[in-house]
Write a protein of this length. Structure first.
Length: 72
């Protein structure tokens, strides 16, 4: 599962809610969630995602790594 989608669903947020919190469009969230290479997003986008979830950038990377290891 995509880390962004997992984080969003764990919070109980819709794509529209996350988009509102990030000041972007729901379509952008959908695009990021369906991207096979989540970390190919621009650093700026990754930082915005981390802030929306009140995570550090490092925490976001660790979550992604953990998910990769369990999907393995």
């Amino acid at each position: 599962m995509n880390p962004l989608r997992k984080l969003r669903e764990d919070k109980g947020w819709t794509q529209a809610e996350l988009a509102r919190r990030m000041k972007t469009r729901q379509q952008q969230i959908s695009s990021w969630e369906t991207s096979p290479e989540f970390l190919r997003l621009q650093l700026r986008s990754q930082m915005r995602i981390a802030r929306a979830f009140k995570l550090s950038y490092v925490d976001l990377l660790l979550i992604r790594r953990e998910m990769e290891n369990t999907d393995g």
